[in-house]
Design a protein around this ligand. Sequence first.
Ligand code: AMP
Length: 396
Amino acid sequence: MAFKTIDDLNDISGKRVLVRVDINVPMENGRVTDATRVERIKPTVMELISKGAKVILLAHFGRPKGEVVPSMSLEPVVSTLADVFGVPVAFASDCCGEPAINAIASMDIGTVLLLENTRFHPCEEKNNPPFGKELADLGDIYVNDAFSAAHRAHASTVGIAEHLPSYAGRTMQAELEALEKGLGQPQHPVMAIVGGAKISTKLDLIGNLVAKVDHLVIGGGMANTFLAALGVGVGKSLCEHDLADTARDILAKAAAENCEIILPTDVVVADGFAANSPNKVVAADSVPSETMILDAGPETVGLISDRIKSSNTLVWNGPLGAFEIEPFDKATVDAAQCAAHETRAGNLVSVAGGGDTVSALNHAKVSTDFTYVSTAGGAFLEWMEGKTLPGVAALG
Ligand code: AMP
């Protein structure tokens, strides 16, 4: 995975640098409620400013589907950008045309300008070539710091890069370097944990992992589909019975690839999907027909912990149980704490990501102990699926 970084930029004083960022921040009543995404792009923006660049931010916000939707304007984010960067931030009411051209023409060296939502134009998501060129004409250099949008071949992530020298920003660089350690050039033994609700949404992911990792834990609701495919009764559990053949194919592929599959050997069963629903631990092959599996049991967690301790690298997506409702968070929390401990001790490179995984690791209070936790949902999953991300390929 070759890409250029800001280190490859020479004299950029007075240059117009177009920086694609992810500032798709949560908002309530027109106010930003969590500025984490803005904090993440700060190192790139400040570094470019300190080198005398004119920093022009390009971003999307929400899904306006190619139309101007006032509630999806980026203007309310301007004050948060200014607060976090500690410098004034100007705003242009369109990401192209006169408003953008005029605002850029009046920029001083070392200042920041935010352009309006790129997705207000239908050409953005279609990666329409003239639109990519129009965006590129606004600047001299392109920097992409939005890994979370890198799985989309849009004008602001791909089209623009065809016309300008293109570089990864610091956040993109950190993400790519962490991912490289996770699956690109990992230190073996490599272990993966894949959990969550259904295998139907994670078939590509599992297919890629069995070819790359030494041990694959399958947990959460999707483990039930595998248990059922092996002829085990799973009672009222969430289970995709129609995917039994697919599950058996995956097990056969794993055996051919020498990938050990770890399925639950014991499980926590409950009467219903509710917090503190009456529950008990049973062997995975003895699930009472009127109950549902909501978590992995202690024996399984012990097995997973042993593998974590003997692995050098761990990649993780998806919880091992219904972690949002107690006490069915236990397997996820215990395994996460084991991985955090091994990472802190310097024995493990741990890379995790995907929407629910981030909440699960936050819940286990270990997010900062992992080597890297990616907040880029779709892009992280596509990377785990072994797909080339067009926004990253464009930086090569
Ligand atoms: P995903 O978005 O596919 O990663 O799935 C995450 C969701 O899977 C979470 O909301 C969990 O509550 C749910 N989940 C995990 N294990 C189970 C289970 N055994 N039964 C039902 N839902 C589960």
